[in-house]
Write a protein that binds this ligand. Structure first.
Ligand code: 6CS
Length: 305
């Protein structure tokens, strides 16, 4: 059995030299003193006995590893390494009800989340990875935690009048920034927007910069993510929710083999949803807890793409 890795061991083992790891920074949210624990994701997967079933392994080691993007308010890594944001906070609350002390976050791009899950680099995705057919075919989603909307981030005054996917289709000169493998890229591709109109940029701030510098006309991203960016990126305007985009919703995503864990997770998620704690978490991050009531994974997995 691989020896348990405590945070102290991890600190001793990998030190902080790994902080510079561009895509595999391994962050721990351990209780109150959430010092970042840095290392490659390899160190993360090395710290757990993948042979045990997820529930018994997680209870024994005291955490599950979760993929995050660091895109507030869906996911956020605080300056001290604390992993938070709406989805990680809900996941942490459900895990505690399951007897699992905490979560440990690993930052990764959206297009790497499912491949990394299937490669056992993490145990779950708690990033607001919106449900759609192709994703639901590869992972086991919990019941939904959030339902949200999409918008366009545009220069002040929205000079090109971009409000809907149809506006993008009707003007072939428009260039729209999307994240590679992101839900928004899928929306535009499903609508048959030509690839020549898509500008793929890996990080949100660079996406905003491209719009403000005139290298693209809009950045398509969840409404709340753009609003969070607009708080610091002066000059960015966020359009009202895109009326012809599908309903976006997400929950935690797990490996298909971990069905026993997901069943237990859903039982505890249902209990959480019926408690004031769930509304407190969603309200804190700007999500409306009422909107997800009655929405199911089965329904959201019908989203095309
Ligand atoms: O599910 C996705 O792919 C999208 N989700 C969020 C929270 N942000 C952007 C990303 O494309």
């Amino acid at each position: 059995m691989t020896p348990e890795i405590t945070r102290r061991t991890m600190l001793r083992g990998v030190g902080y030299a790994a902080l510079a790891i561009p895509t595999g920074t391994f962050l721990a949210a351990c209780g109150s003193n959430n010092a970042p624990v840095a290392g490659t994701t390899g160190a993360a997967s090395g710290g757990s006995d993948l042979g045990a079933d997820l529930l018994s392994r997680a209870k024994k080691q005291g955490y599950i590893r979760v993929a995050i993007a660091n895109e507030p308010p869906y996911t956020k890594v605080e300056a001290d390494g604390t992993v938070t944001g709406c989805e990680p906070d809900v996941c942490r609350a459900v895990c505690k009800k399951m007897g699992i002390d905490d979560i440990q976050g690993i930052i990764t791009p959206y297009n790497g989340m499912i491949p990394g899950l299937q490669a056992n680099r993490w145990d779950a995705i708690t990033a607001g990875l919106f449900m759609k057919e192709s994703r639901c075919a590869q992972v086991l989603y919990s019941e939904p935690v959030i339902v949200s909307t999409e918008s366009f981030g545009v220069p002040q005054g929205n000079p090109k009048h971009i409000l809907t996917v149809k506006d993008v289709l009707d003007n072939k000169n428009l260039k729209i920034v999307v994240l590679p493998g992101g839900f928004e890229e899928g929306i535009l591709q499903t609508a048959k927007v030509p690839d020549s109109q898509l500008v793929r940029i890996n990080d949100n701030r660079s996406g905003v910069e491209a719009v403000l510098a005139g290298r693209a006309d809009a950045f398509m991203l969840p409404t709340l993510s753009l609003k969070a960016l607009a708080e610091t990126e002066k000059g960015l305007e966020v359009t009202p929710p895109v009326s012809d985009a599908p309903k976006t919703g997400s929950g935690a995503a797990f490996r298909k083999d971990d069905k026993a864990f997901v069943d237990e997770y859903n039982k505890n998620l249902t209990t959480l949803k019926d408690s004031p704690e769930f509304a407190q978490i969603l309200d804190k991050w700007g999500f409306d807890p009422a909107v997800v009531k009655g929405v199911t994974t089965a329904e959201l997995c019908k989203n095309p793409g």
